[in-house]
Design a protein around this ligand. Sequence first.
Ligand code: PMP
Length: 308
Amino acid sequence: MPVKPVKKIWMNGKLVDWKDANIHILSHVVHYGSSWFEGIRCYDTKKGSAIFRLDKHLERLYDSTKIYRADIPYSVAELKKAIVETIRANAMKACYIRPLVYRGYGDVGVNPLNNPVDVAIAVWEWGTYLGAEAINDGIDVCVSTWTRPAPNTLPTLAKSGGNYLNSQLIKMEALKGGFTEGIALDVFGYVSEGSGENIFIVKNGECFTPPVTSSLLAGVTRASAITLLRDAGIPVAEVPVAREQLIIADELFFSGTAAEVTPIRSIDRMPVGGGKPGPVTKKLQRMFFDIVRNGRNKHDWLSFLPGK
Ligand code: PMP
């Protein structure tokens, strides 16, 4: 989806014009995939603009960079301030927020340790990620022939740029095959996740989602969905999921910042449950949207922008 330029992007402490937010072609990140980022949403709730789970996203950003020995040269408080400043500078009420940490210009070899750790924050408008009808009707997905990275290869708990080469393979294969999204298995054959979403299975009133050791990104929406489902009295287990559990599920849905809570209506052309979003998925959607649309600050997950 083409991005609509906004006015300013924050780069290493300064707000620069959109068109000037550039880096040198020999920056380490361009060659070796050395970046770590977040995708966060700011919602225009009925009670004012609010960022969803900002602390949790920033915690994951610092965790991602720790794994790769890349020290972010700003404190959490400084990055929070910079995010609010960037939203304000672009007069956005609702937006997608992309904090990006990357190894910049310096040495040109694989060793990243002498390259600077640069930081940028961009915001832009982003609607429904998987298509306008996705949230209401559900989407058609396939099981990918691509596997998620094996443990101890590319750490999937780091949200790193390089990991998205794997996601791109999954996504392209799905799209070229006429599906909206693909679900990848881990190297042991257990279900892992979508190219940019976590997966949940509902069977006989219980919910399952693969554990973080199944080569997946520990999604902030995944954690939120687990909490909300348990709030609703629906049991949720983080357990290895067999491929065939997708086929015989009553309901399947994706969770993610971009995807929010998106029902899956078919898997490899087989209808899931009744081929329509089921009651557990719809209940979770209602609970999630009550927070982000109505501004109900359940669990203190919303950071309202100051001055509202
Ligand atoms: N898995 C992958 C590979 C992702 O890119 C994302 C999106 N960040 C997710 C899961 C969902 O994570 P979150 O709920 O934090 O957006």
